[in-house]
Write a protein that binds this ligand. Structure first.
Ligand SMILES: Cc1cc2nc3c(=O)[nH]c(=O)nc-3n(C[C@H](O)[C@H](O)[C@H](O)COP(=O)(O)OP(=O)(O)OC[C@H]3O[C@@H](n4cnc5c(N)ncnc54)[C@H](O)[C@@H]3O)c2cc1C
Length: 501
């Protein structure tokens, strides 16, 4: 049998062969490093670290089960030195560790699979310095995203990385997952924003990548951590680009006659070197949800939301030039209600309400080049409807580049018995990820790999996965740092939450 339904989590194992009492020696050793208050061993505390926001784990939780297992315990270091001390102790005693940001990941990257020790980084929560001359900020990795951005805003800056999950994620988590924010079309994804970092390697040594404009000293070591998902080290500090907070922001809502016209507009805008702060195109299903009662969409059913920001002359020029491109594709300017609605709700997570009502709601984001997107989208819609004709399937494109875009899809099955739903859910993932690769795309644009995307990593990276595994084996010969994630070898005895195995 294939798919998540094949995953058999042993409940006894999940409940924890590592009862706190059995770990007295470890608790004592960690308490000596970080203080007893920062070593969490209670059942309730451990349960809070047993999951992230992986939808599959939410489905399992309805019947009281975990997707992985309970962690051994959680430890909360307060400095880079304490992180290093924990890592050195873990290496000496062959203890597996998982860095934990805020558990907002949706691919199971922070889920324990082998009773690992969770290293909660949220006490590393301060901005270390703001450097206006070089336009950079240095911040500890565990700082909450919204608090970080608010502190920058108070000084007249933005970091430009504004994920929907900004209120529930950490800066280090953004970097570890190679995330993307809502303003990525202007400021780039996090890999374009990170200038430098500090990380503790699996042997306890400190890696420091000094923040510089550019360098020419071999392949980027920084990029081992940007998207490393905790497998190659624990990020403790990052230096990010900052920009002046824009003086003006103007939203424009467009009604397009077709998706093709919307895609073409986005492509031409980016290839004309225009950089809207927000660019969001919705397919017919998602447009209809957002444009009810708006006359402009009666004949032009596809919604596009753009925002331009900066100084007034820049905003006017970019807006004007973008509108020329859009109008040539048959778009008309519509009332700006959908822009304001989006802005007011930009950090709200909609999936919770569906999960709570028993639906099987999930999202999958992939990257495709412009030439591939129309065929990829059509093939995916047909494939998911072949799997379950009454499925809710909707897509939008909200991270656009000169070469292509992120296609962000919502798939939703109605309430039904878990035994029926999980194989369907597995089939949907298999169809969407395989079709992405068939169309030359990447299986992940910004959510990362975690554990749930493991089955497709070999096809995605080819020999590149062997390179990553070789680096992992060298840096972490005991396979102690978040083992079994990012398509890499699991720990001995780890629970298998992968699909298709
Ligand atoms: C409603 C919702 C909306 C979302 N929207 C977006 C979005 O717009 N853009 C986006 O990119 N993502 C989004 N996500 C996904 C998620 O928020 C991001 O992946 C986020 O970057 C994870 O941060 P975190 O601090 O919660 O990390 P966690 O979930 O705690 O960890 C994620 C992974 O990173 C590792 N990790 C965490 N911190 C460190 C560290 N300091 N050093 C090394 N490894 C570390 C963990 O081990 C794990 O493998 C969304 C999630 C939800 C639930």
């Amino acid at each position: 049998m294939t798919g998540p339904a094949a995953v058999q989590t042993n409940i006894a194992e999940a409940e924890g062969s590592h009862a706190p009492g059995a770990d007295a020696g470890l608790v004592e050793a960690l308490a000596a490093l970080v203080g007893r208050d920062n070593v969490l061993t209670g059942e309730e505390d451990r349960r809070a670290y047993a999951h992230d926001r992986l939808p599959f784990a939410n489905f399992r939780a309805r019947s009281g089960r975990l997707a992985g297992v309970m962690p051994r315990l959680a430890v909360r270091p307060g400095s880079t030195e304490e992180v290093a001390a924990i890592v050195r102790h873990a290496r000496q005693h062959a203890i597996q560790l998982i860095p934990f940001g805020n558990g907002s990941g949706v691919l199971g990257g922070a889920i324990p699979l082998a009773h690992e020790v969770m290293v909660d980084l949220r006490r590393l929560d301060k901005i270390i310095s703001v450097d206006p001359q070089n336009a950079m900020v240095t911040v500890e990795a565990g700082m909450n995203g919204a608090e970080f951005e608010a502190a920058l805003n108070a000084e007249g800056f933005t970091c430009g990385h504004l994920p929907q999950s900004i209120e529930i994620s950490t800066v280090g988590g953004w970097v570890a997952c190679r995330g993307g924010g809502q303003a990525s079309s202007r400021y780039g994804k996090i890999e374009d924003i990170v200038l430098g970092l500090k990380a503790v390697l699996p042997d306890g040594r400190l890696l420091e990548v000094r923040p510089l404009a550019r360098r020419s000293v071999g392949p980027s070591i920084r990029d081992l951590m940007v998207g490393g998902e905790g497998a190659f080290g624990i990020i403790t500090e990052v230096t990010l680009r900052i920009w002046k907070k824009p003086e003006v922001e103007r939203g424009v809502v467009l009604a397009f006659p077709s998706l093709e016209a919307a895609w073409e507009t986005a492509r031409l805008i980016m290839q004309a070197e225009l950089r809207p702060t927000i660019a969001r195109l919705y397919d017919a299903a998602e447009s209809a949800e957002r444009t009810q009662g708006l006359e402009a969409f009666a004949t032009r059913p596809i919604l596009g939301i753009f925002a331009f920001s900066g100084t007034e002359p820049m905003v006017s020029a970019e807006e004007e030039m973008s509108l020329v491109i859009a109008k040539a594709q048959g778009a008309v300017v519509a009332p700006d209600g959908p822009f304001h609605h989006w802005k007011e709700n930009r950090y709200v997570a909609y999936s919770q309400k569906w999960q709570a009502a028993g639906y099987y709601n999930d999202t999958i984001e992939v990257t495709g080049n412009w030439s591939a997107i129309p065929g990829m989208y059509a093939a995916m819609e047909a494939a998911v409807r072949a799997i379950y004709p009454n499925i809710h399937f909707g897509a939008h494109w909200s991270h656009i580049y000169p070469e292509g875009a992120c296609q962000y899809m919502t798939i939703r099955l109605p309430p039904m018995p878990e035994a029926e739903a999980l194989p369907l859910h597995a089939g949907l993932w298999e169809a969407i990820q395989s079709l992405t690769l068939d169309h030359g795309g990447s299986i992940a644009h910004h959510h990362g790999v975690g554990v749930f995307r493991n089955p497709w990593l070999a096809r995605e990276l080819g020999v590149g996965l062997d390179i990553l595994q070789a680096i992992k084996d060298t840096l972490d010969p005991g396979n102690l740092m978040n083992p079994g994630k990012l398509g890499l070898r699991p720990a001995a005895g780890a629970v298998d939450v992968r699909r298709g195995g």
